[in-house]
Design a protein around this ligand. Structure first.
Ligand SMILES: Nc1ncnc2c1ncn2[C@@H]1O[C@H](COP(=O)(O)OP(=O)(O)O)[C@@H](O)[C@H]1O
Ligand SMILES: *[C@@H]1O[C@H](CO)[C@@H](O)[C@H](O)[C@H]1NC(C)=O
Ligand SMILES: *[C@@H]1O[C@H](CO)[C@@H](O)[C@H](O)[C@H]1NC(C)=O
Length: 331
């Protein structure tokens, strides 16, 4: 379908070029102009560009993905759907969308960022407008702080100038130098424009383990009281989370004024995953690999995972992180 369409366009373009020689200058200019437009159309057809053909929120898609693909995160799912929907349907946002995702390792923070990207950008995480930064990979040496700072600022500015609807994901935010976080603060704020560039359509997502322990403690308290996990509400976590996060002297994020300047729009807690969620992850992974999901294998994988606290063994230490490699062994 795509190829035929393209072939037709090319055919018209080539015929037009041949005809150019037989017409007077005015027509020639017209045909050449038409050719250029056609050329641009073909180019946009094949190359990702910053327009609604390549960037558009599929709200249904995001909702369906959050419901079907993300396990055990009822609070995070709800906040993210509301936040992303509200932001993208607002034609005139006053600031970029800033989400801060918190929780134990392997609970789905990277995964949900990917779901968001998949449902906004046609190319998903491979989009030229989605940028992922990892402290250890991109900013490993604190002695190079000044270089990193100006580089990061240039990248953000350059990319947002190219496309207002750019997305930036910062993994391991708690390992990032406070100075580096400070350097991106202006872009998150309520400015109409900075040096002629508006950042108000961009999305920033910060991932960190900060606050993970207090989230886990709350989940464990509910479990011990015999209450359903789904009963946990955001308000049960909010105060603890902000306390843990404010008082964590080790994490760079909180030495900056990101929080007290209200630059973060949503704090999103990720609950630690239980045995049943690990089983779900294993089943989903088998399906993704084209195998028929086998509950027996999923149980084997889930039994092979380490749980904490030691006595009760309720939550998976690494969430669903090691499931993929464990499956290799069982399949
Ligand atoms: N809540 C979840 N629902 C579904 N899959 C998950 C979930 N949490 C983790 N996974 C799976 O485990 C992998 C690792 O999780 P990841 O999102 O990288 O964890 P982190 O919270 O450390 O960023 C993901 O790619 C995904 O396949
Ligand atoms: C949006 O997502 C839904 C559910 O995944 C899918 O059926 C639909 O085709 C998507 N729409 C577009 C425009 O991609
Ligand atoms: C956009 O960001 C990437 C890093 O993800 C960087 O390599 C690139 O140079 C940036 N582009 C511009 C125009 O600044």
């Amino acid at each position: 379908m795509k190829a035929t369409h393209l072939y037709l366009l090319l055919h018209v373009f080539l015929s037009a070029s041949v005809l150019v020689h037989t017409f007077e200058p005015f027509t020639t200019a017209l045909v050449v102009g038409l050719g250029a437009t056609l050329g641009r159309t073909i180019y946009n057809y094949l190359h990702e560009s910053c327009d609604s053909k390549w960037i558009a929120l599929n709200a249904t898609g995001l909702q369906v993905d959050l419901e079907n693909k993300m396990f055990g995160q009822h609070i995070a799912s709800r906040i993210i759907l509301k936040a992303v929907n509200g932001f993208i349907t607002n034609d005139n946002p006053k600031k970029p969308l800033v989400l801060s995702l918190h929780g134990w390792t392997g609970t789905g923070k990277n995964f949900v960022s990917q779901l968001i990207a998949d449902n906004i950008y046609k190319e998903g995480m491979d989009s030229n407008f989605v940028h992922m930064f990892t402290s250890e990979l991109h900013f490993p040496h604190s002695s190079h702080l000044d270089t990193y700072k100006s580089q990061l600022q240039q990248w953000i500015k350059g990319n947002v100038s190219n496309c207002a609807q750019s997305m930036f994901i910062f993994d391991e935010m708690d390992k990032m130098h406070p100075g580096l976080i400070d350097s991106i603060k202006p872009y998150l704020d309520y400015y109409d424009k900075l040096d002629g560039v508006s950042y108000r359509k961009a999305i920033f997502i910060f991932l960190s383990n900060a606050g993970g322990e207090s989230i886990t403690q709350t989940a464990l308290d509910f479990w011990k009281a015999g209450r359903a996990r789904e009963e946990i509400e955001l308000k049960d976590l909010e105060t603890l989370l902000s306390l843990a996060v404010f008082n964590n002297k080790k994490s760079g994020l909180w030495h900056t004024s990101l929080i007290d300047k209200n630059l973060v729009d949503f704090f999103v807690p990720f609950l630690p995953l239980e045995y049943r969620h690990v089983v779900q992850c294993a089943m989903a992974e088998m399906k993704a690999r084209g195998h028929r999901p086998d509950r027996g294998v999923a149980d084997q994988v889930a039994k092979d995972v380490v749980y904490f606290p030691k006595s009760e063994r309720v939550f998976s230490v690494k969430g669903c992180k090691t499931i993929q490699s464990k499956l290799d062994y069982y399949l």
